[in-house]
Design a protein around this ligand. Structure first.
Ligand SMILES: Cc1cc2nc3c(=O)[nH]c(=O)nc-3n(C[C@H](O)[C@H](O)[C@H](O)COP(=O)(O)OP(=O)(O)OC[C@H]3O[C@@H](n4cnc5c(N)ncnc54)[C@H](O)[C@@H]3O)c2cc1C
Ligand code: FES
Length: 543
């Protein structure tokens, strides 16, 4: 068999450069000519901020294991814990620190209520598939609750009811139809007119006895359990290559692990015989957490079906209770003014709920699929022993746990009653991924405000230029190291986001979120003389 994937090594420092860069420039004013990006709240996620620090070492030498698990999110650690408990030798390779990526930055509702899903599944497939989806997620929820209890994981776990609501009387029938579908697949669903929210709703669907938690604390607790069960965990270890041989060869920095099974649990696979790039669409959300007085607190987890959609729940950080609010989804890297989304969200929250100061703000992304089911398992018979998990459509806490269980069952050759509905070999419509161009093109470096970034064209190459707070330009190739799409500057997170498959890079070019594994290449700015000539169109300088 040929190499499954051959990709170069990225820095994988694991330090959250996104947060550092954003923190340095929080509340920054971008000069007289500049876009004034003053945003409320501290950059960063409230869950990460209240989670303990971890310090697992990096992989620094060659080794062996039964199973290598790439990625310590909910999928990776679920798989790892089950397999370590079963006595397999497991190595978890995490490019950053545990709990700092998609799972750790989610709204962390542990629920089978996924907006309007069951009617869709019955209509698009059949009742049997909808029942198995329900079973997978019920098992996922149950598994999380059991582990939190058995392993004594301190993660602010709270049982809560989940509500899907509309404020539009014309959409009442959609809620009613979802309630009927939910009852058919075995949920104790109830229709209410009013959600327990301080604003009017037209119709609401309630699922009792769901739950919420702090996902970063949960992952860190689960990682500890993996270690206690004999598993090995490596942080700041970005895998750059997965290659078949007699055993799979998994390369990260100076180390290569030879393993029998490899689980690519990197949110979107960073390697593998089948690309999921065209079968998925990265969807991004912005989130904010506000101080809230106890008398104004909401009780439950809420998601609206109207546009713009909002999601709400309570949470907490070290300073007390918080209202966590999520804004509507947008395609990653396809919005040139993400900062405006934070202002819109804050305005909506203040109009509808009684909140105090904005405490935190962050962005997060996940992957949608055409049929709203994840892809989980062995993507090809030709790559026996290689597993992927992706496409959780924004509901990967329960689905991701179910995915981890399914992969662990497959590795142990155990039966699993929902793995087949997540079949990663099923077809997907061509062109589902709606990649796009950069949203950050500027004519010249002078058009880039201090603290911000823009993409300039020089001859054939596109340069991603970020000006630090002193106005010093930092120049990178704007070509995403995954498949070459041109990145967009995210003016709120201060990251370079890829509008094709969702890779995210810090302002300095280092990888935050894959599938890219290599940093954006450093470039030199053309000299003033060359720039002047380029402007007059007399040359096509490339550096
Ligand atoms: C805004 C938002 C809110 C959400 N809220 C909810 C919710 O309330 N309930 C719910 O059920 N779902 C929710 N989701 C969805 C859910 O969070 C995700 O589907 C799920 O967490 C994905 O888990 P994962 O393990 O695939 O990814 P991750 O948690 O991102 O784990 C993947 C890990 O792989 C690591 N990695 C990546 N590349 C490499 C590499 N090359 N080498 C080594 N390691 C690598 C990453 O650093 C990361 O730690 C939400 C999603 C978003 C975007
Ligand atoms: S993530 Fe695929 S080209 Fe950027």
């Amino acid at each position: 068999m040929d190499a499954v994937s051959e990709v170069a090594y990225g820095p994988g420092s694991g330090i959250d450069t996104r947060t550092i860069a954003a923190a340095k420039s929080v509340m920054s004013c971008c000069g007289s000519r500049g876009l004034n990006v003053q945003l409320p709240g501290k950059p960063g996620c409230c869950w990460e901020a209240t989670a303990p620090k971890t310090s697992y070492r990096s992989l620094d030498r060659n080794g062996e294991a039964d199973v290598a698990i790439i990625g310590a999110g909910v999928v990776g650690l679920t798989t790892a814990y089950i397999l370590a408990q079963a006595g397999l030798s497991v190595a978890v390779l995490e490019s950053r620190r545990i709990g700092r990526q998609v799972t750790g930055r989610s709204t962390a509702k542990i629920t089978c209520q996924h907006g309007l899903i069951y009617r869709h599944l019955i209509e698009a497939f059949d009742i049997d598939l909808a029942k198995r989806y329900a079973e997978a997620n019920r098992s996922g929820v149950k598994q999380i609750c059991e582990w939190i209890d058995d392993l004594d994981i301190a993660c602010d776990f709270e049982p809560k009811d989940a509500y899907t609501y509309t404020i539009d009387p014309a959409r009442r029938d959609e809620i009613e139809a979802e309630a009927e579908a939910a009852l058919r697949v075995g949920f104790d669903a109830e229709v209410l007119v009013r959600a327990p929210l301080p604003f009017e709703t037209a119709m609401t669907l309630r699922f009792p006895n769901q739950a919420q938690f702090n996902p970063a604390q949960y992952l860190i607790g689960l990682a500890k359990a993996v270690k206690a069960a004999g598993g090995r965990i490596f942080e700041n270890t970005r895998v750059t290559k997965v290659k078949p041989d007699k055993r799979w060869q998994v390369t990260a920095g100076p180390g290569v692990l030879a393993v029998q099974h490899v689980v690519i649990a990197t949110n979107l696979p960073m390697a593998g015989p089948v690309a999921y790039d065209d079968r998925t669409q990265p969807r991004c959300h912005i989130a904010m957490a506000f101080r809230m007085a106890p008398h104004a607190a909401i009780d439950g987890m809420f998601i609206g079906i109207d546009e713009p959609t909002h999601s709400l729940r309570m949470g907490r950080d070290r300073d007390g209770p918080l209202l966590v609010a999520l804004g509507p989804k947008f395609n990653t890297g396809q919005d040139g003014n993400v900062a405006a989304r934070f202002r819109d969200l804050e305005q909506w929250v203040r109009q509808n709920l009684q909140v105090g100061d904005a405490a935190w703000r962050w962005a997060n992304e996940d992957y949608d699929t055409a049929d709203r089911l994840p892809f989980v398992g062995q993507p090809s018979k030709k790559a026996r022993g290689l597993y992927v998990a992706t496409g959780f459509n924004g509901w990967g806490i329960s689905n991701g746990t179910a995915a981890g269980v399914a992969i662990a069952d497959q590795i142990r050759a155990q039966p699993n009653s929902w793995a087949s509905i997540f079949d990663p070999t099923r077809p997907s419509p061509k062109g589902f991924n709606q990649g796009a161009g950069t949203q950050s093109s500027v004519a010249d470096i002078d058009a880039i405000p201090v603290g911000q970034g823009g993409v300039i064209k020089r001859g054939r190459q596109k340069l991603a230029v970020w000006k630090d707070m002193k106005g010093k330009p930092h120049v990178l190739s704007a070509s995403c190291t995954h498949l070459g799409c041109t990145v967009t500057w995210n003016n709120a997170e201060r990251t370079w986001d890829c509008p094709c498959h969702g890779s995210m890079f810090a302002a300095d070019g280092s990888v935050i979120h894959g599938p890219a594994v290599k940093p954006l290449a450093a470039k030199k700015l053309p000299s003033m003389r060359t720039r002047r000539r380029v402007r007059r169109g007399r040359t096509s300088a490339t550096s």
